[in-house]
Design a protein around this ligand. Structure first.
Ligand code: FEO
Length: 164
């Protein structure tokens, strides 16, 4: 059986992951409106990844005999300036999520919850990748600068190749 403290902390993280999915979906819609279908595709795949993260925690909680308590979702931003703005926010958001995962792991340590510690090691590794991929695209956009439309379209084509 899982402790109440651990259960609450996992429910909190489920909400944070579903919010992440919602945030990337909002960004993806903005990219569609900006006719950048490759960026839109990448962000939509990312949104799906976040739903998978939430479901991993959801299934885990139920497997441990815990109670899933879904909380209301915060509204994500709907207005963005451009792709640079979106990827600045993406990178900042992923760093925030890394902090949340680390905190969750600390709770698992304090609660002597060994299965949760094993599960959360997957998330800790995943966050290294999440930050790296967001940072890579952000740094490419920073290299391009504002007016390099041709390069932006090239990058857009590249991002369309993401599998998901
Ligand atoms: Fe679920 Fe992007 O962290």
């Amino acid at each position: 059986m899982i402790s109440k403290k651990m259960q609450d902390a996992i429910n909190f993280q489920i909400n944070a992951e579903i919010y992440s999915s919602y945030l990337y979906l909002s960004m993806s819609a903005f990219a569609v409106n900006a006719n950048l279908k490759g960026f839109a595709h990448w962000l939509k795949v990312q949104s799906g990844e976040e739903t998978k993260h939430a479901m991993k925690l959801y299934d885990y909680l139920l497997d441990r005999g815990g109670k899933v308590e879904l909380a209301p979702l915060k509204q994500p931003p709907v207005h963005f300036q451009n792709m640079l703005d979106i990827f600045e926010q993406t990178y900042e958001h992923e760093k925030k999520v890394t902090g949340l995962i680390n905190k969750l792991y600390e709770t698992a340590l304090k609660e002597n919850d060994y299965p949760a510690q094993v599960l959360l090691q997957w998330f800790i590794n995943e966050q290294v990748e999440e930050e790296a991929s967001a940072r890579e695209i952000l740094e490419k956009l920073q290299l391009l600068g504002e007016k390099a439309t041709g390069s932006l379209l090239y990058l857009d084509k590249e991002l369309k190749k993401r599998e998901g």
